[in-house]
Design a protein around this ligand. Structure first.
Ligand SMILES: *Cc1c(COP(=O)(O)O)cnc(C)c1O
Length: 360
């Protein structure tokens, strides 16, 4: 059996070149005479790797010098709780914009820790759009505003970063980071679970502005305190060294592809191919408002639910993996992250055409 085209939402496809390099140096990494997983995170070899990965990410995202880049653990979900713990007091308002399941979860996790306000929500239309900025009801005194620029489950994406006035803007960019250029300085903090566009699960990359770190309270455990992590170069305790190493390889790979602008051109072409076919097919349907469709996650339904099982079985047999949609939406979902080549999306469209012709 050979590798298929993997449309998993996460953990997701990694670039084949990266996997091959990791395989080639698994036993002995870079003259260490041991695996990168088996050496001290405080040794000079690993420190050099860690610094290079950070620099490559800074280059790719054009991170301004007054931001720290942290390599943390706990998944994005842990940071749903840790962000209010660090940046809001219990009696302080925090604004959340709900555009799907992940922003809903982030708001829920913040509830025990701050006064959560729902500044805007598209829940009433089943998260099929981004509420227009004019509909947002922000509290000018909020400790921060939280958004989810790409909702992985619903396939809803912000194509512009909204202006939120004075409050720091925090973005969960787990499933969109490195897929297209954006202005980091519009955010006070960005965070991403690695397993979509960066590397293996268990690693979280955070980009945070220095002045926000000054808010971290002294009376919380050190291990939850972002300012402590920043002061220790993300080595307050043993970091996820394997994840950090793979993230570094992925950053190099993105650079070799031409950087984030080149990824965006490819991602746009992939998304246009798939949505274009879905819309023309008269058979498949994507429920999201056109202006808010995600470049990374494309949910679609078939004309009758009874066809789902056959579609999944036959697509899997054709080497098109993990197309089952999330239970909240039903149908199918094709996640077409950076590491999915255009050929993979073309193979999916070809299969979809054939399936529709056979099951009209
Ligand atoms: C996958 C995902 C998460 C959850 O990440 P974990 O690492 O499982 O905690 C959160 N937010 C978004 C937008 C995601 O896509």
């Amino acid at each position: 059996m050979s590798r298929g085209y993997n449309f998993s939402a996460g953990p997701a496809v990694l670039p084949e070149d990266v996997l091959r390099q990791a395989q080639a140096e698994l036993l002995e990494w870079s003259g260490a005479r041991a695996s990168v997983m088996e050496i001290s995170h405080r040794g000079k070899d690993f420190i050099a790797l860690a610094e290079q990965a950070e620099q490559d990410l800074r280059d790719l995202l054009a991170v301004p010098s007054n931001y720290k880049v942290l390599f943390l653990q706990g998944g994005a979900t842990q940071h749903f709780a840790q962000i209010p713990l660090n940046f809001a007091r219990r009696d302080q308002a925090v604004d959340y914009v709900l555009t799907g399941d992940w922003s809903e979860k982030a708001a829920k996790e913040a509830k025990p820790l701050a006064q959560v306000r729902i500044a805007a929500s598209s829940a009433d239309s089943n998260y099929d759009r981004i509420p227009a900025r004019a509909e947002w009801n922000l509290d000018a005194s909020a400790a921060y505003v939280h958004v989810t620029p790409n909702e992985t489950i619903r396939g809803v994406e912000f194509h512009d970063i909204p202006d939120v006035g004075g409050a720091p803007l925090i973005g969960d960019v787990s499933s969109t980071i490195l897929s297209r250029p954006f202005d980091v300085s519009k955010y006070a903090l960005l965070y991403a679970g690695a397993q979509k566009n960066i590397g293996p699960s268990g690693l979280v990359v955070m980009v945070v502005r220095d002045d926000l770190l000054e808010r971290c309270p002294k009376d919380i455990p050190k291990i939850f305190n972002y300012a402590e992590h920043a002061a220790q170069g993300s080595m307050l305790n043993t970091p996820n060294t394997w994840g950090w190493y793979l993230a570094g390889l992925v950053f190099k790979w993105v650079k070799a592809q031409g950087g984030v602008a080149a990824m965006a051109a490819r991602n746009r072409a992939k998304a246009e191919l798939l949505y274009g076919y879905i819309d023309r097919s008269g058979y498949y349907r994507n429920p999201v408002e056109k202006s808010a469709r995600s470049w990374m996650n494309v949910p679609f339904t078939l004309p009758r639910e009874e066809l789902d099982a056959a579609f999944l079985k036959q697509s899997e047999a054709a080497g098109l993996l993990a197309l089952k949609g999330h239970r909240a939406v039903g149908g199918m979902r094709a996640s077409i992250y950076n590491a999915m080549p255009l050929e993979g999306v073309q193979a999916l469209v070809d299969f979809m055409k054939d399936f529709a012709a056979r099951n009209g």
